[in-house]
Unconditional design. Sequence first.
Length: 348
Amino acid sequence: MSKGHNGLTYADAGVDIDAGNRLVDRIKPAAKATNRPGTMGGLGGFGALFDLKAAGYQDPVLVAATDGVGTKLRIAIDTGNVDTIGIDLVAMCVNDLVCQGAEPLFFLDYFATGKLEVDQAARIIEGIAKGCAESGCALIGGETAEMPGMYHKGDFDLAGFAVGAMERGCDLPREVGAGDVLLGLASSGVHSNGYSFVRKVVELSGLDWDAPSPFCEGTLGEALLAPTRLYVKQALAAVRAGGVHGLAHITGGGLTENPPRVLPEGLACEIDLSSWALPPVFRWLASTANMAEAELLKTFNCGIGLILVVAEDRAEALAETLRSVGETVTPIGRVVSGQGVVYKGRLL
């Protein structure tokens, strides 16, 4: 080891361990607020622990999901509005878990950036914690990676990992049959899919992110950052009430690609497009891009964020159960013989 002069430090290379420690200290209260039965320990260990027995499971099957929020991150970065992007991250994972019939139990996040800005990172992770709390899911760990030279100044990336459980034999989909009713739950907008297309449309429109939104109040950036809806608690309530045969989260591939994922061979989803009103954001995207209806349906949720496939004799009661917890519920069609999705009517 050389003597007589100061050597190079990790901070000189662009990695600030002290900033990472400050971030952990700041987010500990947000993570602690997500604690639920089964949570063990806190942040800071080499691994995160969770007790399935304490969570009430006797013969559990674990279900795992991982996802990100795609190029919606670009809008969050460019506008500086990063407070809700963490909700999107949680929603994209836990909404998938519940479609398997699982209750989300815990969540881990991965946050990577070129230079750690503690305030920005804390706002993002506090959003993750909010999404976890609203889903009954504990934020029990994660990773913050500061990687100089890998990201442009101000840029970051996010990934999420959720683990859930269900008692053996309670997995979905099951018993889906012809005549089952499709109940659609309203989305909050674009959610977190199709944003490469969205950004292209905004470019075509000539509008900036801080321009007044042409389809709702607020700026265009604010409108397009509306967070993905969390369907966990209401979907689980419907499942526990009985009569739910399948759940489809409407993500990439839109209404055309996702509902068939819960169907057995020889069955199709017949969807009446005139049964709900197309939200203004999709109307604006379609008109600005001169987008064909078929392309719109294959790209976006078009106002329906989750579809429940339910027994016909339980449809009305389940719709009422969902409405009682604040959901906008629309019967949008039925399961019929065939393949894929069969559309009736036109988007209104």
